[in-house]
Design a protein around this ligand. Structure first.
Ligand SMILES: [Zn+2]
Length: 313
């Protein structure tokens, strides 16, 4: 491995064992598609790590120990159990969940210690809909919030920021960060749409939340305008010590779950723009975490564009 810090890829095959049931869009094939994309020659020099487990204590930081134990206790020994109409767990879900959060914990550690320049976590289940005390919307534990609080608790960073370009609003991350003056959350998302939150008027208890709702059918120009004119200035002014990206790719024009019209180049542009802010305010520290993305080809192409930008920009 080269000694020059580059983009670290963290993943775990337990993510393939989280079974959500037949025909569920949040399928193991999503992670397979992402892992295959990351095997392309263009990424062959990147360091890779197998995600460790996250501890109950680490997962409890944005939730509670009782909540984490309640989710683990809900994992069935066989078959599926539904936690809400969209959110099912199977016997493999517990391991997938603790390695998904563990991936983000390890990525934060690697970037905090300068072992990696930045990092991408290829994980499932996703996390940004998981509230402090509620699993929902395909999400069990809020992986990115676990990572943000780990940056603080274990590495001494004070101010943490999550930027979320998944097509859905990250109600969970917003709820967890709402009262926390040192935690910033900003999102672009289709609106009105699932999960219903994310109006521009939702600004957090400390003006620490920025929501940029986008109308159905919006294309890259509108997305980039919202990032450039609203999110990037607010993020820069917040002066985070650490930036995390909720990297969902379901705003892609080919995604079956929503109606935004982004293309791979839009995700690459946003990635570069966030890296520029990180370079300016926090030594370039960026950890990106997979959220949604349900057209397997669009997901693979979008992850490719995103990770190429993390690697080369
Ligand atoms: Zn989504």
């Amino acid at each position: 491995m080269s000694s020059k810090p580059t983009t670290l890829i963290v993943t775990h095959d337990s993510g393939l064992m989280h079974d959500t049931g037949p025909h569920h869009p949040e399928s193991p094939d999503r992670l397979r598609s992402v892992q295959n994309a990351l095997k392309q020659d263009v990424f062959k020099t990147l360091p890779r790590e197998v995600a460790p487990v996250a501890s109950v204590e680490q997962m409890a930081r944005p939730h509670s120990e009782a909540f984490v134990k309640q989710i683990l206790a809900a994992i069935p020994e066989k078959g599926l159990r539904h936690l809400d109409p969209d959110t099912a767990v199977s016997p493999g879900s517990g391991q997938a969940m603790i390695h998904a959060s563990g991936a983000v914990v390890r990525a934060v550690e690697a970037v905090a210690k300068g072992e990696a320049r930045n990092a991408f976590c290829a994980v499932r289940p996703p996390g940004h809909h998981a509230e402090s005390a509620r699993a929902m919307g395909f999400c069990l534990i809020n992986n990115i919030a676990v990572g943000a609080y780990h940056a603080r608790a274990a590495h001494g960073f004070k101010r943490v920021a999550v930027i979320d370009f998944d097509v859905h609003h990250g109600n969970g991350t917003q709820e967890i960060f709402w009262d926390d003056a040192d935690a910033f959350y900003a999102s672009t998302h289709q609106y009105p749409y699932y999960p219903g939150t994310g109006a521009r008027s939702e600004k957090g208890a400390h003006k620490n939340v920025v929501n940029v709702p986008l109308a159905s059918g919006s294309q890259g120009d509108v997305f980039r305008g919202g990032m450039r004119d609203e999110i990037l200035p607010a993020l820069t002014a917040f002066k985070p010590d650490f930036i995390l990206i909720s990297a969902g790719f379901d705003a892609h024009k080919d995604d079956p779950l929503a109606q935004l019209r982004l293309v791979e180049e839009d995700f690459a542009w946003a990635t570069a723009a966030l890296m520029d802010v990180a370079q300016q305010v926090c030594g370039g520290r960026v950890v990106s975490v997979l959220e949604g993305g349900y057209n397997l080809d669009a997901l693979a192409a979008s992850v490719t564009a995103h990770v190429e930008t993390l690697k080369d920009h």
